[in-house]
Design a binder for this molecule. Sequence first.
Ligand code: BYC
Length: 472
Amino acid sequence: MAIDYTQRIPNNVDLSSDRRLQRALENWQPRFLDWWKDMGPDGTLNFDVYLRTAISAEANGWANFGYVKMPDYRWGIFLAGQDPNRVIAYGDNKGKPAWQEVPGELRSTLRRLIVTQGDTEPASVEQQRLLGKTAPSLYDLRNVFQINCEEGRHLWAMVYLLHAYFGRDGREEAEMLLERHSGDPDKPRILGAFNEKTPDWLSFFMFTYFTDRDGKYQLASLAESGFDPLARSCRFMLIEEAHHMFVGESGVQRIIQRTCDLMKEHKTDDVRAFGAIDLATMQKYLNFHFSVSLDLFGQEASTNAANYYTMGVKGRYLETRLTDDHVLTDSTFDMEGVEDGRIVRKTVPALSALNERLRNDYVEDCAKGLLKWNKVIADAGIAFELKLPHRAFNRRIGAFNELHVSPDGKVMSAADWKANEGKWLPTAEDRAYVTSLMGPAVVEPGKFANWIAPPQHGINRQPADFEYVRFN
Ligand code: BYC
């Protein structure tokens, strides 16, 4: 169904045919806007931003570009098209028609997954609230605003499901999504990484590369859900997610490019003297964001994950393309675990290892960006290689939490680890240095902060010096 933009809440779910639901969501809408004004990008209400807006739920040609004031962005409810013949692809319900309503026995499980997913979306907007003040260019400023608007829409996607399918409990959860806040000591966001700060643009690019990529893998697993409205919501969200990861990958790449240019020009590693970010500091930020994002996949051995799968609420990455029995009760999985304080390889039942399996898919995908980043460094003739740290490094969730592990995978004492921490993770001094490079925002079209190279292409085939944001 086409997206109806004549409605107060744009949608392709025929919202006007359900007056109660429409009214409930119209009641939530002003609360969302209040949240946006209080917790969204600071001081930007009057800016005209060159944004893309969804005009169709199909993968091709779904976006329209134009200037929009962010509070007027047409947040709405867009689900990917329905396949009337879709069946559940895995677990005990394999082969049965996908559910169009929530099965009673899965109600609390599904609600919890939807709330956890929904909670991350506004959390990331809150984390990025102040970045506009220090944007390295209009191009980058526009990109963070685009991401913020789309995360706002992803919140809408989950709130629609809560309102439409979970009755009063769902409406209460939708309220709570606006009441928890990133880093709030009393009402924090649910998952750890979403209570960290995103205080500077290097953190932002690392976050959109590593943490948004967790979003890709979690959404892809939920896109396999037997609960069809959730699957269709996530499929559409995934289309928007791709740009967020592009911003991260290209942002880090542009910083590396600038650093390498200065290293070559001045024949030195010490680019801090020239106001850029040295590669060793980039490695530390990478170590931090990668390890924090690994935690988002949950425990390695998880009965929750096994149950989600067996019940048919959350599948594996690209489940329908896999060629095994899609039940997994007789399958095993090889992975690293902890025994007597050591990291060992072990074979475990596949069902209990589904979080770890998804984490593997994620790690493999993360490595691809590093190949591109390292190519920039190699092309500059510089002998330095960025590396993903070992998966046991700096973990808070799961079995590795109890160990102290170096980035190259050596288990060590807590004291040794602590003594080396400053070599592996950003120190207060590193963070202060990176912060010192930030801002004030570079607002002249076509100009870029000294620590980052311009992008290779503009947005929507516009030039790099396009006026992506007008301040009024
Ligand atoms: N922090 O059996 P386990 C995105 C808890 S990002 C705190 O492993 P499960 C985005 C867990 O709740 C994608 N607590 O749990 C990116 C459980 O608690 P209970 C977000 C944690 O459920 C950028 C206990 O430990 N989407 O979209 O299998 C910008 C046992 O653990 C954490 C989703 O996450 C943690 N990291 O796995 C914007 C998808 N990890 O039961 C957006 C939905 C575990 O003992 N969520 N715990 O009280 C899920 O699928 C699962 O909840 C998780 C956790 C994979 C997160």
